[in-house]
Design a binder for this molecule. Sequence first.
Ligand code: NAD
Length: 443
Amino acid sequence: MKDIEMILASGARTASDRSASGLPSYLDPARLGPWDTYLEQVDRVTPYLGSLATWVETLKRPKRVLIVDVPIHMDNGRIAHFEGYRIQHNTSRGPGKGGVRFHQNVTLAEVMALAAWMSVKNAAINVPYGGAKGGVRVDPRLLSVGELERLTRRYTSEIGIIIGPSKDIPAPDVNTNDQIMAWMMDTYSMNTGEATTGVVTGKPVNLGGSLGRREATGRGVFTVAVEAASRIGLPIDGARVAVQGFGNVGGTTARLFADAGAKIVAVQDQTGAIERADGLDVRALLAHVAECGGVAGFPAARGFETDEFWAYPCDILVPAALEGQITVANANAIKARMIIEGANGPTTPAADDILGERGVLVVPDVIANAGGVTVSYFEWVQDFSSFFWSEAEINQRLVRIMTDAFAGIWSVAQEKKVSLRTAAFIVGCTRILEARAMRGLYP
Ligand code: NAD
């Protein structure tokens, strides 16, 4: 417990402030980056919160942190232990809501930051949720399907004490999908003895999932990109777009851009980087990634050094992989006029400053990738009412919510002469802290 208190006591603000001696792997100080990024973002918004700033400390620590041991039988007869987390950052505006990530680099600090960004995002887009996030430190590519199912079910049982349809509702994130959500829903339902479809979102459509959920985050990214581009006079038709990450978010976003006449000129993922100045065939690339697990080796493209990706000539850059990708080391090399953050936390505050000075418009994660949680909200509402909407209805409502939210944040940015990130934080944090002030010290 002492180590957890150390991290929560957020007095030390940089990795170098913290001692590495004796800390367990999930408290590795070199991996505190995302949480430090989030704290810096809160500091930047605080002067704009007026009297609500009295409550700002509430944003600087998670409400509840659960660390679980996830032991499973491996196919070879061994027992392996994995570390899992579920963190509820804030529940002032409603139950916790946020995805579950399976990745070999998941840490407590990363999940804390991701949970906090969910609080801000859910408030900025105005869905009635607090913020939460979960993760397991595992490389799922190394597991068989049976091992993945056992891991998912055991993790769900362990976090079952704090999740529930009116408590905290997980969803897919990096390396998790509708099959994993089906296992989570089933495990929770079997443990509680009630079919509880509303305990997770992003489920398969015939198990209470929503039409349009799989593509919702990418559709939201594309929608705000169109809105932002129109405000800076950048036509989407013919625009050169570079995308990092070609999974659920990056792949869908790239397809929608290509369908609108943009050229996807460069893509980088965990397997490498590829480029084609005339534009990649996105549908063929999606098929290649589905078959081979990544973009490397795509025949109709040239492979290039991963490090050169950020300097690739383009008009629009979409980071859609992991946090902490755009830093002081590459922000000056970026050629794009506009960055649309599909990933959570891809840009460090110092890189934000450089990009701002260079006139690069950054549309922040808390608005740009909010399409996923918006349709998760629709899914949850449909599960409660057992009445399901058409895909056209869902997409129409999604686009309306994203467009309105972007317009609101754009006006705050213009009025207060701040970045879109600070504007989104002003809108989100104000809503959270108003709820907090009205409710009091609980929840
Ligand atoms: P995914 O698992 O479907 O895809 C992840 C992609 O990132 C893959 O292409 C993978 O190769 C790539 N990647 C992983 N590590 C990398 C590295 N070190 N360098 C370069 N590329 C790397 O995940 P996703 O659901 O598309 O999530 C991507 C991002 O979007 C994450 O930041 C996630 O939190 C965020 N996000 C996802 C959703 C959602 O609904 N899935 C919603 C909001 C935000």
